[in-house]
Structures are given as structure tokens and as C-alpha cells.
Design a protein around this ligand. Structure first.
Ligand SMILES: NC(=O)c1ccc[n+]([C@@H]2O[C@H](COP(=O)([O-])OP(=O)(O)OC[C@H]3O[C@@H](n4cnc5c(N)ncnc54)[C@H](OP(=O)(O)O)[C@@H]3O)[C@@H](O)[C@H]2O)c1
Length: 340
């Protein structure tokens, strides 16, 4: 059993605690830390958490094996390095860092300290996404040609002008840090490394805060192409469509955490006169948050690395940085040469 501390007891930190507390054989939360203690005291009592005001106190607690970071984006990279130095396994909410250099430093600090590092890309535990991966691997979709995704919602209306999520350094390229990084990570899982990106990003609705309309075109190293949009001054919705030479699949809904159905359609070039109706595939419900935390806890117990140098977690941040550079310059940005 891994004894974890939750760092950041806001909306998502509590969601992570709730997903496993009293339900898991491999991970439990024993402590927590937040900036404003008064907001979290009742919750910490209810969940049996020792509550700390400072991150340093969490790291000094010998009964804490691992920290789970659900703090503002600009804090993640330094908090990961500090956890590694204190010998704690670390699960960080996305994004692990806002620059590839600091992502690389965070991953290396964990490797040096021999602690596990995981990133909160819970979409990877969606049964539908795993099935798409299998369909690509066993040839049911044929050659991967193109991926499309969007992840949108009314995010900019949800938080006030002075909330950290409205600060442009916390959320460069608008919805990318909050939402779009999930789709990029799903694309990396399905299609491998991205070679280049052409992005645009602007604020069109409010007269303050972060960009609300961000979109981009990708070229993958495999030759596949893709595009992604994240509009965060509109209604809640998301969609992914994956196109292969033998068919396409689509997952979409208004609720990204509880989507258990997928539409699949096949094309047989030898029988083009046959009209294929889409198949609707359903998957058993599960908590992707619990699945990702238990996966992290098992890796920590086995001292098995998850995020590693040159892996998707770091490449995802390279892609994110390239999106920013492209949106700022108006030019297509190539993402470094392949790492050995
Ligand atoms: N994987 C997913 O699907 C998903 C979904 C939502 C969020 N997230 C991620 O979870 C993380 C936290 O997001 P959230 O929505 O839970 O945020 P939130 O509700 O605003 O909570 C942020 C927490 O960090 C604390 N904090 C520490 N320093 C702060 C500072 N300088 N400014 C503001 N708050 C500070 C806050 O303390 P006080 O409030 O006590 O002052 C609070 O406990 C982010 O990385 C986000 O991207 C992931």
C-alpha cells in the first residue's frame, strides 16, 4: 500500500482523493497540503488526512511515500524536482512542465533519485482509447492516416478575472494546458511522435485572461496528419476521430470522463458497393482517475519508472512548446530530431 499526500486540495485534488480513498488496495491518502487551510479543514477531517500548510512539511513527513500534485501549472516542474530530492514518488497533474527543458530536468531528477514519476493523463485509461490502439496494432483500421480531435467547454466563464487559470503564464495557448494536452497525449499514444505543428491562438470573447480559441495542424513522424481545436468559451464537448486505410472510429460526448461508447466504421476496397453501417461498441465503466493512481502506486511499489527521458511525457511538452512558438510566430515549427 502506498501512503500518498495530495498537494492542492482544490476541485481536482479532491476528485483524485475521492476516486481511491477507502476503495483501493494499493494507494491511500494519509496527508494533504493546500495554500488556504481554512478551505480544506473539514474535507481533510472527513477523509482522514493530516493537513499541512506547506509542501516542505509534506516532503519532511516520513510516513508519506508519494506526493500527488494538483496545483497550478507553473508549480509542477519545481515540485517534482523537490519530491525527487526528498525521495518521494511523484504523480503530477498535467502538464508536468511548461517547457521541454524543465520537463526533462524533472524526469531526470526522478530517475536519479530512483522514484517513480507519473503524469495525470487519465484518458490513457479510457477503455475506448485502448481499443483504438489495439485496432491500429492488429490491423483492423489499416494504415493510420489521420487523427482529429477537439476538447472544448465554457472554461473561461467558470473562473473569475483574478483566478490562476486566467493568468496567461499559467495557461499559454488558451485551452491547451487545461484540455488540449489530453488530446495531444492521446494522439501520441495512438500515432507516435509529432514532427511539426502549425498553430493559431487568440482571445475573442472576454477582454481579459487567456486565449479562448486555439487550433493546430500536426504532422507525425510516421507521415500521418492530424488536427486539434480547443475552444474554451463555448459549450462542453469533445470528440476524437481516427482514420485508417480500412476504416475509422469516433469517440465523442459532452462528458470526457464517462464516455464508454465508440462508433466504428469499416471500408473494404474490394467491396465498395457494400454499405457498412457504423458499429456502436460499448465498454464497462471505470474510474480513469482511480486507474491512473493505482497504476502509479504499483509502479512506485515495484520501483518501476513510468515517465522517462525521451518518453511521451517529455515529448508532449516539446509539442506544447512548439504549439506556443508557432502560435506566436505564425510559422510551422519542427520539433527536434529523433532522440536515441
Ligand atoms: N486530469 C484532468 O482531467 C484534470 C481536470 C481538472 C484539473 N486538472 C489539473 O489539476 C490541477 C489543479 O487544478 P484544479 O482545477 O484542482 O485547481 P483549483 O481548484 O484552483 O485548486 C488549486 C489548488 O492549488 C492551491 N494553490 C497553491 N498555490 C496556489 C496559487 N499560487 N494560486 C492558486 N492556487 C494555489 C490551491 O490552494 P487554495 O485554493 O487552498 O488557496 C488549491 O488547493 C491542474 O494541474 C489542472 O490542470 C486535471
Amino acid at each position: 500500500m502506498i501512503n500518498a499526500a495530495i498537494v492542492g486540495l482544490g476541485k481536482w485534488g479532491r476528485n483524485l482523493v475521492n476516486s481511491v480513498q477507502g476503495k483501493s488496495d494499493v494507494v491511500r491518502f494519509v496527508a494533504g497540503a493546500t495554500r488556504t487551510l481554512s478551505k480544506a479543514e473539514a474535507y481533510a477531517r472527513e477523509k482522514g488526512l493530516r493537513l499541512y500548510h506547506s509542501y516542505e512539511n509534506v516532503l519532511a513527513d516520513p510516513k508519506v511515500d508519494a506526493v500527488v500534485l494538483a496545483t497550478p501549472h507553473t508549480q509542477h516542474a519545481a515540485q517534482i524536482v523537490a519530491a525527487a530530492k526528498a525521495g518521494k514518488h511523484v504523480f503530477s497533474e498535467k502538464p508536468i512542465a511548461l517547457t521541454a527543458k524543465s520537463a526533462e530536468a524533472a524526469v531526470r531528477a526522478c530517475a536519479r533519485a530512483g522514484v517513480a514519476l507519473a503524469v495525470g493523463f487519465n484518458w490513457r485509461f479510457q477503455p475506448a482509447l485502448r481499443e483504438i490502439k489495439r485496432m491500429l496494432e492488429d490491423g483492423r483500421l489499416g494504415k493510420l492516416l489521420h487523427l482529429e480531435g477537439n476538447f472544448c467547454g465554457p472554461s473561461v466563464y467558470r473562473v473569475s478575472r483574478d483566478h490562476w487559470r486566467q493568468a496567461r503564464d499559467e495557461a499559454p495557448a488558451g485551452g491547451m494546458t487545461g484540455r488540449g494536452v489530453h488530446v495531444v497525449d492521446a494522439f501520441l499514444y495512438l500515432a507516435g511522435r509529432i514532427e511539426s505543428v502549425h498553430a493559431q491562438s487568440s482571445r475573442r470573447v472576454l477582454d481579459y485572461g487567456i486565449d479562448d480559441t486555439t487550433s493546430m495542424l500536426f504532422r507525425f513522424e510516421s507521415g500521418a496528419t492530424g488536427y486539434l481545436g480547443t475552444v474554451i468559451a463555448t459549450a462542453e464537448t469533445w470528440r476524437m476521430q481516427i482514420f485508417g486505410s480500412k476504416g475509422c472510429v469516433e469517440v465523442s460526448d459532452v462528458e470526457h470522463l464517462t464516455t464508454w461508447q465508440m462508433k466504428a466504421c469499416h471500408a473494404d476496397p474490394a467491396q465498395l458497393h457494400v454499405h457498412h453501417k457504423p458499429q456502436l461498441l460499448s465498454f464497462p465503466e471505470l474510474s480513469t482517475e482511480r486507474a491512473e493512481l493505482e497504476n502509479f502506486a504499483r509502479a512506485a511499489m515495484e520501483k518501476r519508472p513510468l515517465a522517462v527521458a525521451g518518453g511521451d511525457e517529455v515529448h508532449g511538452v516539446e509539442v506544447f512548446e512548439a504549439i506556443l512558438r508557432s502560435a506566436n510566430s505564425g510559422k510551422t515549427v519542427r520539433i527536434g530530431a529523433k532522440k536515441a
